[in-house]
Design a binder for this molecule. Sequence first.
Ligand code: NAD
Ligand code: MG
Length: 331
Amino acid sequence: MSDRPDPSRRLLVGGLTTGVAAALGAAGLGGRDATAATPAAPNPTTEYPKPPFQDQEQPWPGLASRMNPRPDHGETSYTGSGRLAGRRALLTGADSGIGRAAAIAFAREGADVAFNYLPQEEEDAREVVDLIRKAGRKAVPLPGDIRDKAFCRKLVADAARELGGLDILVNNAVYQKAAKSIDEISDEDFEQTFTTNVYAMFWITKAAMAHLQPGSAIVNTSSVNAYEPGESLIDYAATKAAIANFSKGLAKQLAPKGIRVNAVAPGPIWTPLQVSGGKLPHTLPHFGADTPMGRPGQPAELAGIYVLLASNEASYSTGQVFGAVGGRGGP
Ligand code: NAD
Ligand code: MG
């Protein structure tokens, strides 16, 4: 499948027509009007919510729709340009947060999207289904618990059947529970963290190999914690290091097959994870304050990275870990 759709198609994908018209202003499609005001580039230090935030907690796994402020997943801002035209993507954890931002962007870039989430997250997932359909693409919601090996295999099979194949896999679901001390990490929590974050990634990726073809891409979500483990996230951080390492190794193995594997390493991002046990109690008001940007990122700010790594524009990038940490992080 070509990654270079014809220009007329590019304008039709994801409601770009309005976006382009607005961006071009009086100049329209005929060329640039030198006298028209050029819209200023958004300033990343003032564009998004900053600490202090209202302290808030939700029962795990949390809902984006109940957060204050609501995370920005690019619902009103992401404009596609056909960069994933005709692709078929499966994402985990895409009802909310970073996964939702990637799902919205993929659909607006022209991909059909299957995604997994937990049944408790149906409310958030419904919004994502609507957004994908409004972009004119097929949405395949596939709820279920990825700690179940058999479910992981069925998830991939269902996605491939409903989409007619699979070109993009995003392993993004996670369990993160903060604990002050190793004594407070129960064996059950440790197991849930590794099963969700590492084992399920292995089961899903292995099952996906039956469908991925040359030109396909896998994008795994790692974390800045892979390099700079937080002292209250030692189990989670270890899984994120495993994900980055697995991605690099698998990338070498799959390069000759023309399948790329990359990872994204976000820093503090405003998502339900952080209000449902992912942070120690009462630390949320200052979330992201210790980054050079002085604020957490919003999921929408990572969407373009997932699109780039999923698309053939990054055809010579594999085995890489792409950071988005507000000025810190990196190996
Ligand atoms: P999120 O809560 O929006 O997404 C996590 C998702 O994981 C949930 O929506 C849920 O659907 C899914 N999930 C959890 N357990 C599951 C299970 N057993 N079965 C099926 N699905 C399950 O949070 P997010 O921050 O967008 O997290 C997405 C990714 O980003 C994760 O891999 C996380 O480690 C990574 N990350 C987040 C941050 C951050 O600050 N938010 C920082 C670094 C990395
Ligand atoms: Mg969720």
